[in-house]
Design a protein. Sequence first.
Length: 90
Amino acid sequence: MTEENQKRKLKLIEAAGRIVVKVGSGVLTGEKYHDVDPEVVSKIARQVATLVKQGRKVAIVSSGAVTIGARRLEVGRRNLSIPVKQAAAA
């Protein structure tokens, strides 16, 4: 990403009143974990807290619930039935 693009993105974030943060399973697990990396979660929480202190409304969306849940349930990720996906996401 160029420096100009970075500055443009920062201006958009600074002007935003509401921000949606999408956090995928690859982000939540980090590089060294097969499960949720607590350091990554703490870092995200600190960043969100900063945005809230600045007066912004923040929503966190995660696509990682099924992937992480499937790991915890020790079931494969492929061809899961809907009930198993629901259990994994819970």
